[in-house]
Ligand binder design. Structure first.
Ligand SMILES: [Zn+2]
Length: 690
């Protein structure tokens, strides 16, 4: 049967797509009714103290010139000072209580299990478990209205490029949008990298704590056969879920069936590596192509197709880097990005826009988290390679912004580059001699990495100024600043010690980032009938609230208020056993700092850490390992999430003077609306700056 039906279905899919593209191309934007032009360049995580210092030292001449025309200010950020939260407030001009993005994680109040915040995913549908009938869908959980929609409805034309929290893309009236974070890779993660090597032990194989898949290579006659693990097959995944729902207490045969399905849950692409020991090169044969790799040289982008079944493929692309072909064979493969011209769900608005850019500019990264932080953190990539790749990530975003500036098809253009954030996360340890991971030899080579990316941003500003018309208003915006992260704090372990979290029996095992995507175990052995408060994410402490959490025991009202007072007072007394330093700088109570329709989703308390201390990775996932304060011995060494927002401001440089003495990131949206004479909706919390 199936061949004919299948062909018809495939054909109709193709025709459908072609029609959709045709319609999208027709919708050209009308000419502008505005003469004023506004460009906002976002540099994620750019720190006002560093910018100030380096402007004074003459390292950032173009920033300085711009600031001299208008001004340079710290830009007050959100609670918590995190990119998703702050950029959502940037877009909407409202506090998190009105836009619902409090952290990069949310939790399920029924199961307490954490999940990535920002989006909700709906899997595709298949007829007979085979013929695609419903496309996968991604829905944003962000509430409130972004300024580009409000302004667009009034006729302002916009170009919105790689701003965090713009995936899935919104329909922008009179505008275009290329999605930024959290566009995932083909595995649905924030960037799963691959590392294949002959010198990996069986013990090291598998998933790393922070998003990598490691595989040992067995070489025979200089050839190794292995496989690339692609997206989970939605059909198999659905069968696993059905089995789990059908039998909550699975029998041995159910268990065997689930294990058999899990073994083939991920779509795999087999490939071979031919090792030329004499030339110290290797050739990868994959999907009918041969790619010759030289050590230390990142390959071009390679198209990769992952076949779900005969009818459905996921189109991806990755780069390969032969790290060693001398005594050992070591191959790195980047996270598989969605192809810009053929993503499984739209990553731009109109949906053809990402593909149009691809045809003009060639390959560019679509993954929201575009930099190689995870392989560096896991010790599978060195600093030199990380920095080379980071410059390319910067350039990928920059070329899109310059191309759209030249199109002249906008009144307001917003382009965000996140590389400054990533370089600070990873290289702070070589800038801060007091960091436990400071290494004088490495610092002599890479100690200026952060400054170099700030200078790249300064140079990019000069390029932008060459491309815009004279008189264009320019704002440089960052969403938060940065701190050294010298010591990690197990907040949940502290809550266990203080009796707020009650564990029955064994201490739960360590959590991995992959557990978030792969249905790992969370909160095992936590006795919810006696647990009053629990920590998750970057500094959020949730109460186990009756009527909200499925096994809640704390009553809203007086009991909750009393618990908030008691717990915040205790948190403020936390000290470092090593030297008695204060760990917690401030604790913010929900009702004091947030207001709006999503207030109920906020944590009861938000901890604001002192410089040097951050909540541990295990705390973010709800884990409670032994010990409370320990040295951060990871390369991920600078941070901002969970620090006190009052000491973590972002920055603003504008070539127009600003009327308000202490601007906030909530003020940008109303500033844009006022700039174009669009009336500011009453729900907006920020105030116009010009
Ligand atoms: Zn960051």
């Amino acid at each position: 049967m199936h061949t004919r039906t299948a062909r018809i279905a495939a054909l109709s899919l193709v025709v459908g797509t072609a029609l959709a593209m045709h319609v999208a191309c027709k919708a050209a934007r009308p000419p502008s009714k505005y003469t004023q032009k506004l460009v906002i360049l976002g540099f994620d995580g750019m720190d006002p103290d560093l910018v100030g210092q380096w402007m004074r030292e003459g390292l950032l001449p173009n920033f300085k010139k711009l600031a001299d025309q208008g001004g340079f200010y710290p830009l007050s950020t959100t609670i918590s000072p995190e990119s998703p939260t702050a950029w959502a407030s940037f877009a909407t001009g409202v506090n998190p209580g009105k836009h619902n993005i409090y952290d990069f994680l949310i939790r399920d109040t029924t199961t307490y299990i954490p999940d990535l915040g920002m989006v909700r995913r709906e899997p595709p549908g298949f007829l007979f478990g085979y013929v695609p009938i419903k496309k996968p869908k991604v829905l944003s959980i962000r509430g409130a209205t972004s300024f580009w929609v409000t302004a667009g409805n009034a006729g302002v034309r916009s170009s919105i490029l790689t701003v965090p929290v713009t995936f899935p893309p919104e329909d922008v009236p009179n505008g275009e949008m290329l999605s930024g974070l959290p566009v995932p890779d083909v595995r649905g993660t924030m960037g799963t990298f691959y590392y294949f090597a002959t010198d990996l032990s069986r013990y090291e194989e598998g998933n790393t704590e922070m998003g990598g898949i490691l595989k040992r290579l067995d070489v025979q006659n200089d050839v190794a056969s292995t496989e690339l693990i692609g997206p989970p097959n939605p059909i198999v995944r659905k069968k696993i879920q059905e089995l789990r729902v059908k039998s909550p207490t699975p029998s041995d045969s159910d268990r065997a069936a689930i294990a058999e399905l899990q073994a083939r849950e991920d779509v795999r692409v087999p490939f071979t590596i031919r090792w030329n020991r004499q030339a110290k090169t290797a050739t990868v044969d994959i999907e009918g192509r041969s790619i010759l790799l030289e050590p230390g040289k990142m390959s071009r982008w390679i198209d990769l197709d992952f076949r779900i079944n005969l009818l459905v493929r996921v189109h991806g692309m990755a780069q390969m880097l032969l790290m060693n072909a001398d005594h050992e064979l070591q191959l790195y493969i980047s996270p598989v990005n969605w192809k810009p011209d053929n993503p499984p769900v739209p990553i731009s608005s109109p949906s053809s826009f990402a593909g149009d850019l691809f045809r003009k500019l060639g390959y560019y990264r679509t993954l929201g988290w575009a930099e190689a932080t995870w392989p560096l953190n896991e010790g599978r990539m060195d600093e030199r390679t990380f920095m080379e790749d980071l410059y390319k990530a910067f350039d990928d975003r920059a070329q899109v912004i310059l191309n759209r500036i030249d199109s002249r098809d906008w009144d307001v253009l917003v382009g965000v580059i996140e590389s400054p954030d990533r370089v600070q996360h990873m290289m702070w340890r070589l800038y801060d001699p007091k960091h436990p991971m400071y290494d004088a030899a490495l610092a002599s080579q890479f100690g200026d990495s952060i400054a170099r990316i700030y200078r790249r941003a300064d140079q990019f500003l000069a390029e932008v100024l060459e491309h815009v018309e004279p008189g264009t208003a320019i704002m440089l915006v960052s969403d938060h600043g940065f701190h050294s992260w010298r010591k990690a704090v197990n907040v949940n372990t502290w809550l266990v010690q203080q009796g707020y979290v009650v564990i029955q029996g064994q201490q739960p095992g360590d959590k991995k980032l992959a557990d978030l995507f792969g249905g790992g175990e969370f909160w095992e052995n936590v006795d919810w009938t006696r647990t009053r408060a629990y920590a998750m994410g970057l500094g959020q402490i949730y109460f186990n609230l009756r009527g909200r959490e499925s096994r809640g025991i704390v009553s809203p009202g007086a009991e909750s208020t009393q618990l908030a007072d008691e717990l915040s007072a205790k948190l403020l007394t936390m000290t470092d056993p090593e030297d008695g330093s204060r760990i917690v700088r401030a604790v913010y109570k929900r009702d004091d700092v947030y207001s709006g329709e999503y207030l109920n989703n906020a944590s009861e308390l938000q901890v604001g850490m002192e410089d040097g201390y951050r909540v541990s990775w295990q705390t973010t996932l709800g884990g409670s390992p032994q010990g409370i304060v320990y040295s951060n011995m990871k390369k991920w060494s600078g941070d901002h999430g969970g620090y006190d927002f009052a000491t973590t401001a972002g920055m603003l440089i504008s070539n127009r003077p600003i009327r308000r003495p202490s601007p906030s990131i909530l003020d940008i949206a109303p500033t844009v609306l006022q700039f174009f004479g669009v009336s500011i909706p009453g729900a907006i919390d920020g105030k116009p700056l010009f």
